[in-house]
Design a protein around this ligand. Structure first.
Ligand code: KIV
Length: 291
């Protein structure tokens, strides 16, 4: 037996600081807000982790903000795994959620489990997220059976953009509002550890938050959700495309970056970069022997 018993063996092996699904559920009970942001690469993930953000979502929004697609439908499992690997290498404390891309969980439960397993086994993610409500219950149960925690996502689910008829607020009339409440309850019952609610009226998101036992994470869903998520490129002002109304820009990095790039171009062209301090020296006698 290891000195100190089995418990201390596990404490020595496992990073006890990592945010867990249990911790997130306790936060809801304690009414402490949960913070979540997306990341798609090592350096950004390391900064998000350093800032103490609880959950990092490797969102398929990478299709929009990193890969330059019009929507998320072209994003593949290979794209997601590639970026999730980079993100997990950059984190110590945050929980990493791998966003399952379009068609990776729609065909059969078997394929869904296999793909969810790849996020954990190959990319080091701690959980996965899938879009949809009642219609996803069997899939969620199958993934949970493989011991992989699942985060739900209802409201504006971007992988359904064509079915929804565009990117629009969801649940504004009685029928669709009722359906969203039913979806949230079904996900809760199926065993998800949290539910993203995207682009839903504030008071409806509040009702859903009160109705379910797991934390809700809002994006364009008002302040009453148990936590909030934003796409990092949007909130840092690093995305040139359309920015939704619900985004707050916490920085406006794009003009700063473009200014820095222009300065670099100017200094290289005029010969003031690199300076002496950016170079390396060689002994005079070595130089002399060279010719
Ligand atoms: O892909 C993504 O970034 C998301 C968030 C907007 C929740 O699903």
């Amino acid at each position: 037996m290891v000195k100190g018993g089995l418990r201390s063996y596990y404490e020595g092996c496992v990073n006890m600081a990592r945010v867990s699904t249990i911790e997130l559920k306790e936060r809801k009970l304690r009414r402490e807000k949960i913070t979540m942001l997306t990341s798609y690469d090592y350096s950004t993930a390391a900064m998000v982790d350093e800032a103490g953000i609880d959950v990092i979502l490797v969102g398929d929004s990478l299709g929009n903000v990193v890969l330059g697609y019009e929507n998320t439908l072209s994003v593949t499992m290979e794209d997601m795994l590639h970026h999730t690997k980079a993100v997990t290498r950059g984190t110590k404390n945050a929980m990493v959620v791998g966003d399952m891309p379009f068609l990776s969980y729609h065909i059969s439960c078997e394929e869904a489990v296999k793909n969810a397993g790849r996020f954990v086994q190959e990319a080091g993610a701690h959980s996965v997220k899938i879009e949809g409500g009642v219609e996803r219950v069997d899939t969620i149960k199958a993934i949970l059976d493989a011991q992989i925690p699942v985060m739900g996502h209802i409201g504006l689910t971007p992988q359904s953009v064509h079915k929804l008829g565009g990117f629009r607020v969801q649940g504004k009339d009685l029928e669709t509002a009722r359906r969203l409440v039913e979806d949230a309850k079904a996900l809760d019952k199926a065993g998800v550890f949290a539910i993203v609610i995207e682009c839903v009226p504030t008071e409806l998101a509040r009702r859903i938050t009160e109705e379910v036992s797991v934390p809700t994470i809002g994006i364009g869903a008002g302040p009453y959700c148990d936590g909030q998520v934003l796409v990092i490129n949007d909130m840092l002002g690093m995305f040139a495309g359309h920015i939704p109304k619900f985004v707050k820009k916490y920085a406006d990095l794009q003009p700063i970056i473009i200014e820095a790039l222009k300065n670099y171009k100017k200094e290289v062209e005029e010969g003031s970069f690199p300076g002496k301090e950016h170079g390396f020296t060689i002994k005079e006698e070595v130089l002399e022997k060279l010719y």
